[in-house]
Design a protein around this ligand. Structure first.
Ligand SMILES: Nc1nc2c(ncn2[C@@H]2O[C@H](COP(=O)(O)OP(=O)(O)OP(=O)(O)O)[C@@H](O)[C@H]2O)c(=O)[nH]1
Ligand SMILES: [Mg+2]
Length: 424
């Protein structure tokens, strides 16, 4: 008796080979799976049969390792049944395993999905809570916003602008304009709302750009304003700027009308001397034109005045006499401190306005944190700004007015490095 082994991808195929080769009388010794099916290769089954030497039709395949008769169990027909059973069982086991694996994967997926879902739910709940809290505070204050319904995305910029000291009614009108004109798609984030709001604010600041003095034209600039705001210091900075710093240099002369205060003339005289600029002092309005004439060789004449309280009618009236007596047109610059309260700025402007103010200069940017008042005054009186003074240093601490600078200071505070365009 010989033992022969047949291999195939399924037990049935292996058995079939054995049948073809050895006939029906061959006895099946064993069947087993020798290799599992993988992704790339099929399964391998082995059937070992025992045959009498004379029953082998062809050259037998390789010899089996089974050597003993006692392993012989079944004839082939019987084995076929069992094999198909084994195959079924194997398939069943495999599919059971597969099902188990899938169900495990599903379970894990469901568990993960459950976790992610739970986290998502939590985030949504938290976001809602934050919005509700925001709106609670928001609603609480709504009475002071003239019933202006402001969406939560606008809350951040609203609060920033509010703490800048801007007047409530000005802030509400800017808000109203933003709400009316801002494209819907920009409203979803507070960042884009902020940007839009900033652009709008910038457009609302009237600026007077610095112009070159035309040849043959005299530019006579008078600086008026309350006491101690920085008129004299600003004149010194601008005298240096016009005569030495700007590309096209002007011939600059200085006149001071501030002859009351001890040391006032001396203060300006020292600057004029350092810069080698001609300077005249005038006491009476009737002498004003002769002083202007004596500086006829200058294309730019800067006039310092005595600081006066906006309530000091006598001083203001005398100041007006100088302007009225002048043979030349005078550009009147009202100098104000950025740190003053809005009401004070407004009353100062009101009481100086009979001098026909042409432009505003704001000083002491480095001494305040609230620039909304500056914005509000400009917005209210609609007068252009020409310079911002940002410190005591002569000649460096002066900035040619620009709306970007002011709005940046208003929303994010004054920073000295913003000073890149100083005097430019
Ligand atoms: N921090 C700061 N100080 C300034 C600025 N501008 C002027 N000052 C200071 O403010 C003080 C008054 O400056 P002045 O230029 O004398 O002011 P003024 O308006 O001429 O004063 P009166 O002639 O007395 O009315 C001085 O100590 C200046 O150095 C500024 O932008 N920032
Ligand atoms: Mg002065």
């Amino acid at each position: 008796m010989k033992f022969l082994t047949f291999s195939a991808e399924s037990p049935a195929d292996a058995l079939n080979q054995a049948q073809v080769q050895c006939g029906e009388d061959a006895l099946v010794v064993s069947t087993k799976q020798v290799k599992k099916k993988s992704l790339n290769t099929p399964a391998l089954y082995e059937v070992v049969v025992a045959v009498e030497d004379s029953k082998t039709k062809q050259k037998p395949p390789k010899k089996s390792k089974y050597k003993s008769d006692k392993d012989v169990l079944l004839n082939i027909s019987e084995a076929a049944k069992q094999i198909s059973q084994i195959a079924k069982e194997t398939d069943k086991t495999l599919s059971l395993r597969k099902e188990k694996k899938i169900s495990q994967q599903k379970k894990m997926h469901n568990e993960n999905a459950g976790n992610v879902g739970e986290i998502k739910d939590e985030i949504v709940k938290l976001t809602d809570k934050i919005k509700i809290i925001q709106e609670m505070f928001w609603e609480e204050k709504s009475s002071s916003r003239n019933n202006l319904a402001i969406p939560p995305e606008f809350a951040e910029i609203y609060k920033l602008a509010k703490i800048s000291g801007i007047e409530s009614n000005h802030l509400d009108s800017v808000m109203r304009l933003t709400l009316e004109h801002m494209p819907l798609k920009m409203r979803h984030s507070s960042e884009s709302v902020k940007r839009y709001f900033q652009v709008l604010l910038r457009k609302m600041v009237p600026i007077r750009y610095e112009r070159e003095v035309e040849r043959g034209v005299k530019k006579i600039i008078m600086f008026v304003g309350p006491t101690g705001v920085g008129k004299t210091t600003t004149i010194a900075k601008l005298a240096a700027r016009f005569s030495y710093i700007k590309e096209r240099r002007d011939k600059v002369g200085i006149i001071t009308l501030d002859t009351y205060r001890i040391g006032a003339v001396e203060q300006l005289f020292q600057y004029a001397k350092m810069m080698k600029l001609p300077m005249e002092d005038v006491i009476e309005p009737s002498d004003f034109n002769s002083a202007l004439r004596s500086l006829s060789h200058c294309s730019t004449i800067l006039i310092d005045t005595v600081g006066s309280s906006q309530y000091d009618k006598d001083k203001l009236t005398k100041l007006n006499q100088f302007i009225q007596n002048s043979e030349y047109e005078i550009d009147v610059n009202l100098v104000l401190s950025a740190g003053s309260k809005f009401e004070d700025l407004k009353s100062t402007y009101k009481n100086f306005s009979f001098l026909n103010i042409d432009t505003l200069i704001f000083t002491k940017f480095d001494e305040t944190k609230t620039f909304g008042t500056v914005f509000s005054l400009i917005y209210d009186i609609n007068k252009p700004v020409s310079y911002f003074s940002i410190g005591q240093e002569v000649p460096d601490d002066i900035v040619v007015a620009n709306s970007d600078f002011l709005i940046e200071c208003m929303l994010n505070g004054f920073k000295r490095r913003q000073n890149a365009n100083t005097s430019k």
